[in-house]
Unconditional design. Structure first.
Ligand code: FEO
Length: 397
């Protein structure tokens, strides 16, 4: 199939990875894409490459538009391997001495990945380059989400090559956003929650800065998922909202269970929260992937975590999730913990201290129950749920 045109003279020559299901710990149930863009002008430019195993396919796609040897230079917006893995092979094909334009930190990071054999050409932030009829503007976006990340803006077509920003891990034959497709925003939200949440302050400042520069954006070309052409403001508005990290009147109860005691506690806590009129999601760690749970955490006000005590500590699945959540730095949250135990009962204390380390305000020391909860224990869990629900409601008064 011939690569599709994004706008006249710009083609998406990237590849679809239908089969990937784990993207460094993020569940990609719909696969993903590694987008790369061919700009056909007086100078022919390739923007980004693809994950190394897909390089042959990328070169095939380019060949359907132009002989790769005619490409004049490459722009690397980001050094991570899903966009730069194909770089050495592509450069061998198009000409090893041709320039690879990148940010200053991109040069450093590409050298760390690929050594000295390529003609790295660092560009200044906000510098411009013409390719003939088009003018390109380079915008550094440090830590969105790597130090080397940058955007390339096509001034002529009002088109933003946004690297990882505004992406989705979503494989589809459709190249453009369908405004009626609600699942698209679910994928975009999951992507934000698991990749960009910790950089929310930088996202907010970047959007403000781009708005301040008065740059009109008709099309956003991310390196993953569909291109925002029909309604680019939909994703910009969503990023503006998500970067504020303002929670909803919502709670999540995240837990694992060993002999069905902690799950009974979870059920009662969920019932108590729900009876206070708060939207609550029970999330069993062996039924929901950590990256889907993180998406639910992103806009929840209360994060309640339950674990049995196993060998004087928390369950491995709970430890996994707490480590993952800590790295993504959720903000503006309250929480507490619960769990059953046999003889030592450290889990509640360990979870509380992990939540506090993340800056989550504890609304209660939590509930722990020996072996199997009786009616009084379950009443205590229900009361804990009510207390959490009331605290969520109080934060919205
Ligand atoms: Fe899609 Fe940061 O790589």
């Amino acid at each position: 199939m011939r690569p599709k045109e994004v706008v006249k003279g710009i083609y998406n020559v990237g590849v679809i990875d239908w089969n990937i299901r784990d993207f460094h710990g993020y569940s990609t149930e719909k696969g993903t894409t590694y987008n790369a863009y061919l700009v056909m002008d007086e100078k022919i430019v390739l923007i980004d490459t693809v994950k190394a195993p897909f390089t042959k396919k990328l070169l095939e796609n380019i060949s359907k538009i132009v002989d790769p040897k005619q490409i004049d230079f490459l722009i690397s917006n980001h050094a991570e391997a899903d966009h730069s893995g194909g770089l050495p092979e592509v450069m061998k094909e198009i000409g090893i001495d041709k320039p690879v334009y990148c940010s200053k930190l991109g040069e450093k990071n590409l050298r760390r990945h690929f050594g000295e054999g390529l003609n790295y050409q660092p560009v200044e932030n906000k510098s411009e380059m013409t390719t003939g009829k088009r003018k390109l503007l380079f915008l550094e976006t440090r830590m969105l989400h790597w130090p080397d990340s940058m955007f390339t803006y096509d001034v002529t077509d009002k088109l933003l090559f946004s690297s990882d920003a505004f992406g989705q891990h979503y494989a589809s034959q459709e190249m453009f956003d369908d405004p009626a497709d609600t699942s698209l925003m679910d994928h975009a939200k999951k992507y934000y929650a698991n990749i960009l949440l910790l950089y929310s302050d930088k996202v907010r400042k970047l959007i403000e800065a781009v708005r301040g520069m008065g740059i009109p954006i008709d099309t956003i070309c991310p390196d993953h998922g569909v291109i925002w052409k029909n309604n680019p403001s939909r994703i910009i508005d969503a990023y503006t909202t998500w970067s504020e990290r303002r929670p909803l009147k919502k709670a999540v109860v995240i837990y694992d269970t060993m002999w069905n005691s902690t799950v009974q506690m979870a059920d009662k806590i969920v019932a108590g929260i729900a009876d206070e009129g708060v939207d609550v999601r029970p999330l069993h760690l062996r039924s929901f992937h950590r990256s889907d749970i993180m998406t639910e955490v992103m806009d929840a006000k209360a994060v309640v975590v339950g674990s049995p005590t196993l060998n004087n500590t928390i369950y491995p699945t709970v430890a996994d999730f707490l480590t993952y959540m800590k790295g993504l730095r959720p903000a503006n949250k309250i929480g507490t913990s619960f769990g059953s135990y046999g003889w030592s009962g450290e889990a509640v204390k360990i979870i509380n201290s992990a939540l506090e380390e993340m800056g989550i305000d504890l609304v209660d020391p939590g509930v722990k129950v020996q072996y199997v909860p009786d009616k009084d224990n379950l009443d205590e869990c229900y009361a804990l749920g009510k207390k959490i629900g009331q605290a969520v409601n109080a934060s919205f008064e």
